[in-house]
Design a protein around this ligand. Sequence first.
Ligand SMILES: C[S@@+](CC[C@H](N)C(=O)[O-])C[C@H]1O[C@@H](n2cnc3c(N)ncnc32)[C@H](O)[C@@H]1O
Length: 376
Amino acid sequence: MKRVPHEDRQTTQLRQVPRRKDAGDTALVQSSDAVRAAFTDPDQFWSSPLYRHLSGVVAGDPYLIGLAAHTRDGQVPTFAFFGAVHALLLAGVEHPLADYYPSLRGDGVRPLASAGPALLSFARRYEYAIVDIVSTRLVQTNQVGRAVGLRLALAAIAPSADSRPAHLLEVGSSAGLLLRHARYRYRLGGRQFGDRASPVQLVTEWRSAQPPPDLDAIPVIASTCGVDLHPLDPSVDADRRWLEALIWPEDRDKAALLHDALALAASVPVNVVAGDAEHVCPAWSARIPAGETRVVFHCATRMHVPVDRRASFDRAIDGIAHDGPLYRIAIEGDGIQIAEPGEAAIRRFEVDGHLASVGRPNAGRRLAQPRDRRSP
Ligand SMILES: C[S@@+](CC[C@H](N)C(=O)[O-])C[C@H]1O[C@@H](n2cnc3c(N)ncnc32)[C@H](O)[C@@H]1O
């Protein structure tokens, strides 16, 4: 990672931002108790020792809790706060806190034990900038590897979708990286699928004794669309930086993949509508000829819908079934769930693509990628 000199314009701008006297002076958006509770669950950062350690530091510090409590309503304060700090460091702010970030210092990071005081010092210095980010940005982590889950699901529905073309909508598409699934190369279980010449290679460990499903045997996609509250643009620097900041500092493979996918995405346009899924889903479906197959996919999105809006979020998606056959693919936890047209039951697949159970809708909704279950 290139370090920006102290005199750099970006750094200078940040240093010139007036520092608030006390974050507690401004109105909090989330309750301090709820924010503290969020930081007392360090296991959510299963692949980040740094964030696990710093979670405990934040949970025990009312000042830091006060900063994180400016996170937008419904957004996860842990992901937003650490994303904001990481964004500032990636932008070139020079501070000893950077020495604890593998994304900035590689393997030469300092021991975690002294990271807490560094975070506190950083937060006091860049308080205004942190609050500015958490109070304006959304948690929009776009993880390219999740395209494997989408392809597994599409392969699973192919037999019942038959040869009918399907219209694909991703709800919560962020920068639309999963919508470019056809442009990636997939390698799993000794087999290859997708675009063999792609610069974006998704290599997945295949643990099953059974061979992987054919990820090229998917329905013909008649149209592709995304919807997001705030679509990010892969060709805009600030959007790319925010996506990079949301990758946890130890996940350097994911960061490299993101980098490659963003470069590819800049030359592969997709249609992403700005708006709330609640309103856009019915409007999207209304534009598709009645009776044609619809596939609605959402991944790591429902968890970011405020709890009191989730029922209407679900209704907006499920209501599409009135217009044509609807497949709903949800990857929201630790499996891949597929609700098929006319079926009262939901099929749930393990991460290896094999059928794990058939259950009632909403009965123990357990969706995708066990090792990835807490990622934003
Ligand atoms: C964590 S990102 C996941 C992005 C992508 N699905 C992935 O898995 O890589 C969640 C996205 O959902 C979007 N989102 C949250 N609530 C939404 C809603 N009600 N309607 C549309 N998009 C929403 C957010 O803006 C964010 O970009």
